[in-house]
Design a protein around this ligand. Structure first.
Ligand code: MF3
Ligand code: CO
Ligand code: CO
Length: 251
């Protein structure tokens, strides 16, 4: 069975992860055409604070808001603003809560009203890719097994995996080793061991995988302006599987 340090780190990450997931559950309730990404940010800020936590993104390396809101061709790190969401948009909301010094990091892509069939397929495939990778997790695998599982499912559906951003170790710091690539070859890379805590957060594009950063220094977009979706969970490795710390209580 797990040693006491691992047990404590899992318990603490689950507490922080539940707050982050709870914020997304609240976003799910209010999201609809006509609301702004700034309203989503305010909701996340207040939910996290009301639950005894802090938002990790707020002032992280100068980031100005409490969550990231990445709409349509925005891949990640979109900054909440007065931008009004409209019918047919897809928007990823990425929330990281700190509680008792531990981090929980999670994101979901929401569909605003009715979306195109293509957008629906992209969002579904991205979620499936993350969950397929989570389903294989156990100690003894290699990090490359994660990337290869995601890449195969994504490419079989005709989409592409972003290479410029990755998942990450997480704990008492927001981003730490190892990097979790969402593409790669099975059987390669570092071994996955019991007690590791990291995120899996594939960003998947409808078109080309390439990205660029806008002049605000944060917003990453697809170079070809095609749609991009993302989901993220924080997980902890056990001997035979993993624990998901950022599960939704409603979806
Ligand atoms: N939550 C993002 C991640 O999954 C990081 C956001 S950092 C910020 O790692 F500064 F952009 F908020
Ligand atoms: Co993350
Ligand atoms: Co995140």
């Amino acid at each position: 069975s797990m040693n006491a340090d691992i047990k404590e780190s899992f318990e603490k990450t689950k507490i922080a992860g539940s707050v982050a997931a709870g914020a997304l559950d609240e976003v799910n309730k209010i999201i609809k055409p006509g609301i702004t990404t700034g309203q989503i940010d305010k909701l996340c800020y207040e939910f996290i604070n009301d639950h005894g936590g802090y938002s990790a993104p707020l002032f992280y390396r100068g980031f100005p808001k409490s969550c990231c809101t990445s709409t349509n061709h925005v891949v990640c790190h979109g900054i909440p603003s007065d931008k009004v969401l409209k019918e047919g948009d897809i928007v990823n909301v990425d929330v990281t809560a700190i509680k008792e010094g531990w981090h929980g990091d999670t994101s979901r892509t929401f569909e605003v009203g009715n979306t195109s069939v293509k957008a629906q397929k992209l969002v579904k495939t991205t979620y499936e890719a993350m969950m397929k990778a989570i389903a294989i997790l156990k100690s003894g695998l290699h990090l490359g097994d994660i990337g290869s599982t995601i890449q195969k499912h994504v490419e079989a559906n005709g989409f592409s995996v972003v290479q410029d951003f990755c998942g990450h170790g997480i704990g008492q710091t927001f981003h730490k080793e190892p990097n979790i690539l969402h593409y790669g070859k099975s059987g390669t890379g570092e071994r996955i061991t019991e007690g590791m805590i990291f995120t899996i957060e594939p960003m998947i594009n409808l078109g080309n995988y390439q990205t660029k950063i806008l002049n605000d220094g944060w917003t990453a977009v697809t170079k070809d302006k095609s749609l991009s979706a993302q989901f993220e969970h924080t997980v902890g490795i056990t001997k035979d599987s993993c624990e998901i710390f950022t599960k939704s209580k409603i979806i």
